[in-house]
Write a protein that binds this ligand. Structure first.
Ligand code: BDR
Ligand code: CA
Length: 326
């Protein structure tokens, strides 16, 4: 089987950790070149440490690079909603904190981050690569946007970008917006307008791929390190979602970012995929960070800029997670 060369871009985060875990547990499918951290769920110190913890816990030797500590531009405007996780917990809706916690409940990392910024490493690695590389950004798109602005020639080396972000019909941070895009809408705009081969996995798809408590307990019976991590992190998510954003099923939670990895293992895990033009509002008003998904083709002059995942096959997703816990 051909391995895909991939780079994760993560604001780790419980679901980011599971997304990386699923890839690490599938070494026949993924050649993981690196993990880039980014500001998002928590400040960059936390997301970098959490990424190191995840990699070390799973016995992987994938290098970790520290990425951008602040969004691309949104924090420059004093009138815009504060969204700056300076060092610690961010200003997101209260329930988010129990879903991720500041530091993941894994041993403190003893491995170290690399001595190079994520953006510079991304550029150098892409330019030097003979093969095309798939990017898996599952946090705010700050690092990717900077890399594209600094060195647009990297585009030729990018096979596909599989993004967790955006939302067609739901929001999870404001009434209109999904968290990753709301944190850094200018970066989302740069990436969506880049002409890259993009698969966009928004909340609509990830919410349809929730995991039930009973399924979690079953898949974690194996007791492997992956299963132990899964048990701790996803049970925290189920508690947090129950309190903050109940799913259609009680005792269940989505694991957003892991759906991107699952899609790369089996594209049919997305059972409703459309070619769509997607844009983002970054005006600073009430719809700041909102994704505009032209599913109904109201703008025939706009060419689709991504494949938009609108729904997932929940059972296939749960099976992929269970296999990763073996
Ligand atoms: C996204 O926001 C973060 O909290 C999660 O890690 C995920 O990437 C979902 O909106
Ligand atoms: Ca994330």
């Amino acid at each position: 089987m051909d391995k895909r060369k991939v780079i994760f871009d993560v604001d780790t985060g419980s679901d980011d950790a599971i997304a990386m875990m699923v890839a690490i547990q599938n070494p026949d499918r993924f050649d993981i070149l690196g993990m880039c951290s980014v500001n998002g769920n928590r400040g960059i110190d936390y997301t970098t440490e959490n990424t190191l913890r995840t990699v070390e816990w799973l016995g992987s030797d994938v290098p970790v690079f520290r990425g951008c500590a602040l969004p691309y531009a949104s924090t420059l405007d004093p009138w815009r909603r504060p969204r700056i996780p300076y060092g610690g917990a961010n200003g997101c809706a209260s329930g988010q904190s129990s879903i991720h916690g500041d530091l993941l409940d894994l041993p403190e990392a003893t491995i170290k981050e690399q001595d190079k910024s994520a953006v510079m490493w991304l550029i150098e690695t892409l330019l030097a690569s003979e093969d095309r590389i798939t990017l898996i950004p599952v946090g705010p798109l700050t690092n990717i946007a900077h890399a594209l602005r600094i060195e647009p020639r990297i585009k030729e080396k990018i096979e596909e970008v599989v993004i967790m972000g955006a939302a067609y019909h739901v929001g999870n941070i404001t009434a209109t917006s999904e968290f990753n895009w709301w944190i850094d809408p200018e970066a989302a705009k740069i990436v969506m307008d880049s002409g890259l081969n993009i698969t966009l996995v928004p909340l609509d798809a990830t919410h349809s791929a929730y995991v039930k408590g009973s399924e979690l307990r079953e898949m974690c019976k194996s007791g492997t390190r992956a299963a132990q991590m899964m048990e701790k992190l996803v049970s925290g998510r189920i508690k947090g979602y129950g309190a903050w954003q109940p799913m259609e099923e009680e005792d269940a939670a989505p694991i957003h970012d892991a759906l991107c990895t699952a899609y790369l293992i089996d594209p049919t895990v997305i059972d409703d995929m459309r070619e769509v033009w997607v844009d983002v509002d970054f005006s600073g008003g009430p719809a700041d960070g909102m994704s505009i998904c032209d599913v109904e083709k109201r703008h025939p002059d706009k060419k689709p800029n991504c494949r938009l995942a609108l729904h997932a096959d929940r059972e296939k997703f749960v099976k992929i997670l269970a296999d990763a816990c073996k």
